[in-house]
Structure formats: structure tokens, C-alpha cells
Design a protein around this ligand. Structure first.
Ligand SMILES: [Zn+2]
Length: 234
């Protein structure tokens, strides 16, 4: 089956989608957890008709994509100077920069202390530290929530940390869970929420009612942590 990759502009948004044709009567549109959009059209569909139909469905497609844990960083760009606040596990810390003969980051009395050698960028040191903390914390959070899925027979998934410009988390059909390192700035409850959301996708690969029911069964206060996540970091 041949497949085309197309783009539809809708307001300020662009929707990329994979299009294929099949012997069928109606247009099928599916949005996947990684934001991929697949459109299957009846063989005799004209381009005009297809585009009109997609335009009509665009708000729904965008909503589906947003429901997949979107991440829109709106925090102002950081300057990496002493006194500036930076987040870690849902709390604000004031940055304190100290010249040193080694690079090191520590949390001390509500401050995020960055010791740095001359000629090293604070941003680089800090981002490396965030990533290290993310690796440790995400593994710990996964270990904590995984037993909640015992009766669904989930194997411990592989965790990957990857910068994603628009997503908090995602998962692959092969069962790998991918998390945005920025998530380390969120409260532990929100980190668990994102992991639980992705683990639920290993049971249901979509956003159906069954998916949301499972998510709420596993984490009854998931709405609270979702909102916290959106309010703290956006
Ligand atoms: Zn999802």
C-alpha cells in the first residue's frame, strides 16, 4: 500500500499526516500517541474533498494530539545568573554561582549552588546535572509505580530520556517509555503521572474511555497531577 506524507495548514498549526488509499467507503483518521496522524481514504476520493474533510476534522485532530501530554515551555529563557530561580522536583531554587576548580552542582538550603571552573558554561553544567538527576529519579518513579500494573502483566519497560520539544512523554509500540528530561523540574507526583500515562498506553495504545478508566484506577488523583504539571512548568 503506497503512502504519502502531506501537510495541512490550519490556523497557525500544521498537521502532518500519512495518507494512503484503500478500497473502503469512509475516510479513516487516526491519531497515535507519538502525534502521528494516519489518514486512510476511499480509492476515489478527490484531493479537494479530502482536504475539505480534513479541515473540518482539524480541531479534533489537534485536540487528540494535545491530549497526548503536550509540553509547551512558556517559561522565559533563563540567563543563568545568581539570584535567578530554577525549578527542581516542583520547587523553586535560587541559583548561586561560585567560582571553583571543579564543576559541581549541589542543593544547599533552598539554593541551587553551581560551582564552576572558568570558561565553562553554567547552562551546560546545570543541564548535565538535571539529566543525571532525571535518570535516577525517573528510574525510581518507574520502580514505584510499576507494581500497580501487576495484573496487566507489564514487563519493566526500557526507559529512555530524550529532549522532545513538544512532549512530556511518549512510548513506542515495542514498549519503550520515552521521557522528556525537563520533567525533572516537575513534582514527583507529576513525574509519576506521566509514567503512569505512558504505562497505560502499553495496555491501551489509544485514548479511549477504557484507557482513561485504567489511568484513573491506577492513579485516582491523576487530574490533580496533570494540572500541577501544566501549571508549574508552563
Ligand atoms: Zn496518551
Amino acid at each position: 500500500m503506497s503512502e504519502f506524507t502531506e501537510t495541512l495548514s490550519f490556523g497557525s498549526k500544521s498537521i502532518h499526516y500519512h495518507l494512503s488509499f484503500q478500497d473502503r467507503k469512509t475516510l479513516g483518521i487516526r491519531v497515535y500517541p507519538d502525534s502521528t496522524v494516519r489518514v486512510i481514504a476511499p480509492l476515489d476520493t478527490s484531493v479537494e474533498k479530502l482536504r475539505a474533510k480534513l479541515r473540518e476534522k482539524a480541531p479534533w485532530i489537534i485536540k487528540q494530539q494535545l491530549d497526548f501530554l503536550s509540553y509547551y515551555p512558556l517559561t522565559p529563557p533563563r540567563k543563568y545568573v545568581s539570584g535567578e530561580t530554577h525549578l527542581y522536583l516542583g520547587r523553586q531554587y535560587k541559583l548561586k554561582i561560585v567560582d571553583s576548580n571543579q564543576n559541581e552542582v549541589t542543593l544547599y538550603r533552598g539554593r541551587l549552588v553551581v560551582k564552576k571552573k572558568s570558561n565553562t558554561s553554567i547552562k551546560t553544567i546545570l543541564n548535565e546535572w538535571y539529566r543525571e538527576r532525571a535518570t535516577i529519579q525517573f528510574a525510581e518513579s518507574l520502580k514505584k509505580v510499576l507494581p500497580l500494573f501487576k495484573k496487566y502483566g507489564l514487563e519493566k519497560p526500557e526507559l529512555q530520556i530524550r529532549n522532545m520539544p513538544t512532549r512530556w512523554g511518549s512510548c513506542t509500540t515495542k514498549g519503550k517509555v520515552i521521557l522528556n528530561p525537563e520533567l525533572i523540574k516537575a513534582h514527583k507526583g507529576s513525574i509519576e503521572y506521566v509514567i503512569i500515562h505512558e504505562l497505560c498506553h502499553l495496555v491501551y495504545h489509544n485514548h479511549t474511555r477504557a484507557f482513561y478508566n485504567l489511568q484513573e484506577r491506577i492513579m485516582p488523583d491523576c487530574k490533580k497531577w496533570k494540572e500541577r504539571l501544566e501549571n508549574t512548568l508552563n
